[in-house]
Each structure stands twice: as structure tokens, then as C-alpha cells.
Design a protein around this ligand. Structure first.
Ligand code: SF4
Ligand code: SF4
Length: 282
């Protein structure tokens, strides 16, 4: 289990602990201020990435410490974890209501408003987080998905999240001042700043998932589809038609390769069952 499970999980995976979704966490004014600033000014995402790009040219040993500080700071404020679809189902079963909203990463990075983000709550109609988001000035959204928060059933939300998986998006959960957990995102490169920060700039702002992908060589026909969809470059380089092989130390356990495999050759196993990667979270 990751650090957050130990700190905020009470014996479970932290994102399956109902206490982390509790409405009373939203009465914290510091948290409310953070959420308001985060969503009112999405320009901070591009600014942060420009700073990381400038640092990338420095030798790794010089800014390794800076990367660690970025991760530590984010762990307090806004940190995530990769979560496969079966755990998304468990989160939806645990919570009461869902709203969908435009992804601010995609708005800033590719100029497109697409509803890839979900707010979950233990209260009806998106609860306090939806109320707070509804009060935020989001006039920067210019279309086509400017209609604010869209309430939907958990079944509909799951169908959208599954669809986004088939488009190659990796599911993640997010804190808004840890441990308050209210967001499910569907991330991909190059649109998402969290992916860019973690993968491109090697400054983790989310934990790896609690799982690792494994390929059944008997079922694999070497089509290479799984290799194409993995945003984390976790597959061993292969020649045409070689069977696929996952490098456990690179795998984030998102399960995107699994849904792309027409042969059903890929499964997710518990990270704890893979000794070389069992304690690798960042
Ligand atoms: S998608 Fe499935 S069958 Fe194709 S290479 Fe990957 S594991 Fe093998
Ligand atoms: S190998 Fe599969 S589960 Fe692992 S990171 Fe890549 S797509 Fe995700």
C-alpha cells in the first residue's frame, strides 16, 4: 500500500476510505480557498510546466532535490494516484453522487473543453464540492462544454469513464488539500499537466497504482496494441510480432493495456505480489 494508504486508509486503500470524502472536510477554509484558486485560475498549470521545462535542461543531480520538494509540496495540496477501472467502480459504489465537468488541463494545454473530469461526493447532487465549484467564476471556459456541472447517475459516469479508457486515458483520483478526495480524472499525454509533470518532467504528482500488469505469453500474439497505448513506456522494447513483456519497475498499473488487448492476455496483479516493484510508488 502507498504512503497515503498508511496515513489515510485506516487499513484500506486510501481512496476506498469513506472518511476521505466526508463533507465536513470542506468546512476547512484553507481547503476552500485552495479549491477556489485552483479552478478560478487554470493558467497556473501552464506556468508550472514552463518552470519545469526550464529546469529540465539542468543536470539531473542538480535538481533532484527540487523534484523531491515539488512532490512533497503537492502531496499536501493536490496529489493523485492511478486507479484501474475496477477500483473506480468501487469508489462509485462507495459515494452517493457524481457530477461531470470540463477538464481544465485540456482547456489550457490543447484549447479544448472536454468533460473528462468527475466530482464525487457522499451527499446528493455532488454535495459541497459541486456547490463550491458552482460558485467559482469559470467564465474563461468558452465552449463547447461551458455548461458548468453536469449531474449524472453513477451508472452513466462509469460508462463515460470506461469509454475514456478505450480512448487511452488513464484513471486517476485526486485530493484537494489532502486527504479530502473529490475528483476522478481521465488523463493522457500530452493534454494533462499531471501526466506531463510526472512522466515528461519526472516530478511525480501522483502515486503509481496498487497493481502491475502481467502478460500471459500463451495468449499473446505479439500484435503490439498494448505497447502503443501505454503512456508510461512500461513494455520492454520488442521486434515486430515479439510477445509483449511488462517491465514491472515502469508499470503504473492503470490497466489501459488490458482493455486494449483483444486476446485478453493482460491481467493486473497486486503490486505487493511483485517483489521488485512492491514498494515503488513514485
Ligand atoms: S495487445 Fe495483447 S496480444 Fe497484443 S501484444 Fe499486447 S498482450 Fe499481446
Ligand atoms: S503496462 Fe499497462 S498497466 Fe502498466 S502502465 Fe502501461 S498501460 Fe498501464
Amino acid at each position: 500500500m502507498c504512503d497515503f494508504c498508511h496515513q489515510h486508509g485506516e487499513g484500506k486503500k486510501w481512496y476506498l476510505n469513506a472518511n476521505n470524502y466526508a463533507e465536513d472536510l470542506l468546512s476547512d477554509l484553507r481547503r476552500k480557498r485552495f479549491i477556489t484558486r485552483f479552478f478560478e485560475d487554470p493558467g497556473h498549470l501552464a506556468k508550472g510546466e514552463r518552470a519545469l521545462t526550464a529546469l529540465d535542461v539542468m543536470p539531473d543531480f542538480l535538481w533532484r532535490g527540487v523534484r523531491k520538494k515539488i512532490t512533497a509540496k503537492q502531496q499536501v495540496k493536490h496529489f493523485g494516484q492511478v486507479v484501474p477501472i475496477e477500483d473506480i467502480e468501487r469508489i462509485l459504489a462507495l459515494t452517493t453522487s457524481v457530477v461531470r465537468l470540463a477538464c481544465i488541463c485540456r482547456h489550457v494545454s490543447v484549447g479544448k473543453e472536454e468533460r473528462y473530469c468527475f466530482g464525487v461526493s457522499m451527499e446528493p447532487n455532488g454535495g459541497g464540492i459541486a456547490k463550491l465549484l458552482g460558485e467559482i467564476d469559470a467564465s474563461y471556459l468558452v465552449g463547447p462544454h461551458t455548461a458548468g456541472l453536469e449531474s449524472m447517475s453513477k451508472k452513466e459516469a462509469l460508462a463515460h469513464i470506461r469509454e475514456s479508457e478505450h480512448e487511452g486515458n488513464c484513471h486517476t483520483v485526486w485530493t484537494l488539500v489532502t486527504p479530502f478526495l473529490a475528483g476522478i480524472c481521465n488523463c493522457s499525454l500530452p493534454a494533462c499537466y499531471a501526466m506531463k509533470t510526472t512522466v515528461t518532467h519526472k516530478s511525480p504528482v501522483f502515486f503509481r497504482g496498487e497493481y502491475i500488469a502481467q502478460v500471459d505469453a500463451e495468449k499473446c500474439n505479439g500484435c503490439g496494441q498494448c505497447v502503443k497505448v501505454c503512456s508510461f513506456k512500461a513494455f520492454r522494447p520488442r521486434k515486430k510480432k515479439d510477445k509483449a513483456e511488462v517491465r514491472a519497475l515502469k508499470c503504473y498499473g492503470c490497466g489501459i493495456c488490458r482493455s486494449a488487448c483483444a486476446r485478453g492476455a493482460i491481467t493486473l496483479v497486486d503490486r505487493a505480489a511483485v517483489p521488485e516493484a512492491a514498494s515503488l510508488w513514485l
